[in-house]
Design a protein around this ligand. Structure first.
Ligand code: ZN
Length: 444
């Protein structure tokens, strides 16, 4: 029996940092977004960013926590170059949210949700340590679960659902990935807790848990802090675990306690679960519904472009998402608007064009949006009528008597050959299923 708990750090999307007016932009060149507040110069006075507070409250609400009326910050003292003021402003004694839950293959209790500042980012290059203070002081929300997770797979499902929820809340900074500290223990070792620090991204969190479960079955387990080496796929010992008391927390004296009761009534947007229900209610199977509703931007695009639901869902999942994944772009970066996509769906569904033409149009969309209806007309891409197809079929059969004989003597391949010849003659504009039916009918 394993007990796994996660402490997840998610970067919030805000205009400015948590306690100063510096832009919250981690893509800028190093150390341009800094000021006396986020660098902690003596005498500088932090001011709390209202946008970050509201977004944290939304996270608390979506995770069903109890909410405090007051926002209380504390200082976590430590000495390290990623925080030039030698302490991090965080919430310790009184987190904004407590006692929540998220259902993911069973109920996972959420112990606490709090707001804090991110330290600077550090990279090692040869023998140098490079520090970029652009990230220093940007808002982070920390979500701590109870050790209710029992497997790497359940952790994956939990993370997936959490990420989806944060996306629907539109609180996430897209330039940062989720990070987690992972606690793993098992019954055999009397639940002696090992914490693996700073595991970045979904897949790595799952791999790290899988590794640690196996390691703890074989090795003697100490209460310690470990690191994750993604390249080797192993955890390694860093230090014996320090306790929270070692950080010497004190209440933050520079920031007054802020009354946040006016924000507690903020209402949540429609979340993924409701969207999935909506799609399933339209007759779409739950697997397609889960995939389409996983991303709020795709979902909102789909809702605007949808013709008949089941047909549209199949087309989206197999064709549109295929193009996005293959080209590694998001729906925002894909040029056509929902109106243009809807036009394409209508052409395909009503049989004006075949799937091959639809796919070619989806590819052409990568260059820019256009009206599929006008494009099909201009390039003469309408699917051929039964009568036109019959003419081509007759021609092909007359030209290939031996293939007919082969088919009659049981060679399936020659049927494909004949269909292929007709498709070529039609310039790809016939419906292959229709061609096949016509060929079989005429031979027999
Ligand atoms: Zn600043």
């Amino acid at each position: 029996m394993n007990k796994i708990g996660l402490e997840i750090h998610a970067s919030l999307k805000t205009e400015s940092k948590l306690f100063c007016d510096c832009p919250n932009d981690k893509t800028a060149s190093a150390n341009v977004n800094t000021c006396e507040i986020c660098l902690g110069h003596p005498g500088s006075k932090p001011r709390t960013n209202e946008e970050a507070v509201k977004k944290t409250i939304l996270v608390c609400k979506a995770l069903n926590t109890d909410l405090r009326n007051e926002l209380v910050f504390s200082r976590k003292n430590y000495f390290y170059p990623d925080l030039s003021k030698n302490y991090q402003i965080t919430q310790y004694e009184e987190p904004l949210g407590e006692n929540g839950f998220l259902d993911a293959d069973g109920r996972i209790k959420i112990k606490r949700v709090h707001l804090e500042e991110d330290p600077a980012s550090i990279t090692r290059e040869d023998n140098n340590i490079l520090v970029d203070y652009n990230r220093c002081g940007t808002p982070l929300v920390e979500i701590v679960t109870e050790p209710d997770i029992s497997s790497a797979e359940q952790a994956r499902l939990f993370m997936k659902k959490l990420l989806r929820t944060l996306k629907y809340l539109r609180v996430l900074d897209k330039n940062s990935s989720l990070k987690a500290d992972v606690n793993v223990s098992n019954k055999k070792n009397n639940y002696v807790r090992v914490e693996v620090k700073n595991v970045t991204g979904f897949k790595e969190i799952q791999r790290c848990i899988e590794y640690e479960i196996e390691r703890q079955k074989k090795e003697k387990v100490f209460n310690e802090t470990r690191g994750w080496d993604a390249q080797k796929g192993k955890t390694y010992s860093m230090r014996k675990k320090e306790s929270e008391a070692d950080y010497g927390y004190i209440y933050e004296p520079d920031i007054p306690i802020i009354d946040v009761s006016e924000y507690l009534g903020l209402s949540l947007p429609v979340l993924a679960e409701e969207k999935i229900k909506f799609l399933v209610g339209k007759g779409i199977n739950s697997e397609d519904a889960e995939i389409i509703a996983d991303d709020p931007d795709i979902m909102s695009f789909f809702e605007k472009a949808m013709t008949s639901p089941v047909f549209s869902a199949k087309f989206f999942r197999s064709m549109v998402l295929g193009i996005l994944n293959y080209n590694k772009i998001s729906i925002d970066d894909y040029p056509p608007g929902p109106g243009e996509m809807k036009e394409l769906l209508v052409l395909l569904e009503s049989g004006v064009i075949n799937e091959k033409t639809a796919k070619n149009i989806l590819i052409k969309f990568l260059e820019g949006g256009f009206s599929p209806k006008a494009f099909v007309k201009k390039n003469n891409l309408e699917m051929l009528s039964d009568k036109d197809i019959d003419v081509f079929v007759d021609e092909v059969l007359a030209e290939n008597p031996s293939a007919i004989e082969d088919f009659k003597s049981g060679e399936e391949k020659s049927l494909n050959f004949l269909v292929g010849m007709v498709m070529r003659k039609s310039g790809g504009k016939a419906n292959p299923e229709q061609v096949k039916a016509s060929v079989i009918k005429k031979i027999s």
